[in-house]
Design a protein around this ligand. Structure first.
Ligand SMILES: [Zn+2]
Ligand SMILES: [Zn+2]
Length: 353
């Protein structure tokens, strides 16, 4: 089969490898759609393969390179003997963070924090991909949910909506979202879905700000044109917002979120900081001794997937405009280049076999 692999840093190529064989608790999925994500860029451009395969051991570390991709949907091709929740022919997704379903963290916190052998799902940008611990991680997709929507539930929707949920934002709450890439846009949509009041979207790319209005932002701010903190203060009677989301993983946006949040408010960080060794925050902002800071990776597991799919099937939410480009699996390397360069207004790229 064809699969996207990373032989060395900075490079993605299509390789020919055997279709994976599931162990007793695994399934193999025939991919119908996959995507490229900002986390893929960190994996390709920053982390050496040795570090990745030591941190996330598994069959995705092949002699041809590390198999790429963690966001996809497909049809169950083969299921291990112990798998009871799905069968060949079912249309399914797996959360991008795989949990064992048995450790303390899987049961008490979230599958994305697993310490029992869980890891990032690798290898989805391929004709077939293997999902370990399938019963705990795989959900059937209702017929009414499109491939595009289901793919988003595997990572960026779960992450962006999680940023709002875990910050406790709700009816009428004020929210600012710093960065309107795919995850930030999902945070904006999540804030609207949760019934928040004022939603402020901040980004330097005009097309992304336009998109944020479609996703529920009331006010958009381009930091190249005006100071976002001053504007947020003027919008909130000089108090700041109740929840400020950091959605890209930089010092500048994290710090801005700490300045934009009101006393007693919550900074909700979901950006991936990659190899950035530390972030700092100003101590002089009025909220310094009164703020909560929470971080969320990507809430995962079968139950999480089922709830997001339930929302997509019944909740009148349209995230499909995030898909700006469509490409074939054979062109995955070009998809990485396009995504990395943020050219052509790219947000999400649908990759099909
Ligand atoms: Zn992702
Ligand atoms: Zn676990």
């Amino acid at each position: 089969m064809k699969a996207a692999a990373k032989p060395v840093n900075g490079k993605v190529e299509i390789v020919d490898i055997p279709v994976p064989t599931p162990g007793p608790d695994d399934i193999v999925i025939k991919m119908t759609m996959a995507t490229v994500c900002g986390t893929d860029m960190h994996f390709v451009d920053e982390y050496p393969n040795e570090l990745l395969s030591a941190t996330f051991p598994g069959p995705h570390a092949t002699p041809q390179g590390l198999l790429m991709g963690h966001e996809a949907i497909g049809i169950v091709h083969q299921a291990g003997a112990n798998v009871t929740s799905v069968k060949p022919g079912d249309r399914v997704i797996a959360g991008c963070m795989i949990g064992c379903g048995k450790c303390h963290e899987c049961m008490a916190v979230d599958f994305s924090t697993c310490t029992g052998g869980g890891r990032v799902l690798f290898g989805c940008q391929a004709e077939y991909y293997l999902v370990p611990f399938a019963d705990g991680n795989v959900a059937k997709v209702p017929d009414s949910v499109s491939d595009e929507h289901a793919v988003l539930a595997t990572d960026i929707m779960s992450t962006g909506f999680g940023a709002i949920e875990r910050a406790g934002a709700g009816f009428g709450g004020s929210v600012a979202v710093f960065a309107q890439g795919p995850v930030g846009l999902c945070a904006t949509a999540g804030a609207r879905a949760r019934g928040c009041g004022l939603i402020v979207a901040v980004d330097t790319v005009p097309e992304r700000l336009e998109m944020s209005k479609k996703f529920g932002a009331n006010v958009t701010i381009n930091p190249r044109e005006e100071d976002p903190i001053a504007r947020i203060m003027s919008l909130t009677d000089n108090k700041g917002v109740e929840v400020a989301v950091e959605a890209v993983g930089t010092q500048a946006t994290f710090e801005a979120a700490t300045r934009a949040v009101r006393r007693g408010g919550t900074v909700s960080s979901v950006g991936v900081y990659g190899l950035t060794p530390a972030v700092s925050m100003p101590t002089l902002a009025p909220s310094f001794l009164h703020r909560q800071i929470i971080t969320t990776l990507c809430p995962a597991g079968r139950d999480r997937m089922e709830h997001l799919l339930g929302l997509l099937a019944n909740g009148n939410i349209n995230l499909a405009p995030l898909f700006t480009h469509r490409m074939k699996l054979a062109d995955t390397a070009a998809a990485y280049d396009l995504f990395r360069g943020k050219a052509e207004g790219v947000l999400k790229i649908a990759i099909t076999p």
